[in-house]
Design a protein around this ligand. Structure first.
Ligand SMILES: [Zn+2]
Length: 59
């Protein structure tokens, strides 16, 4: 099996991880009713609205 010739330096690893983190930032949408941040295509955890109507009753 092919094996890397040298250990990857901490700097190289962190440079790559920084690029990955910048590229894979999570998508954030805003709730149309309460304007709180939420993932797209999910029920709002604050007011329970989805697609313009109340999908879940939140206390
Ligand atoms: Zn909401």
């Amino acid at each position: 099996m092919a094996v890397p010739k040298r250990k990857l330096s901490r700097s190289r690893t962190r440079h790559r991880q920084g690029a990955v983190a910048a590229h894979c930032a999570p998508t954030v949408a805003t709730c149309p009713r309460c304007k709180s941040a939420l993932r797209p295509h999910t029920v709002c955890a604050t007011c329970g609205v989805y697609g313009g109507r109340t999908a879940v009753e939140v206390d």
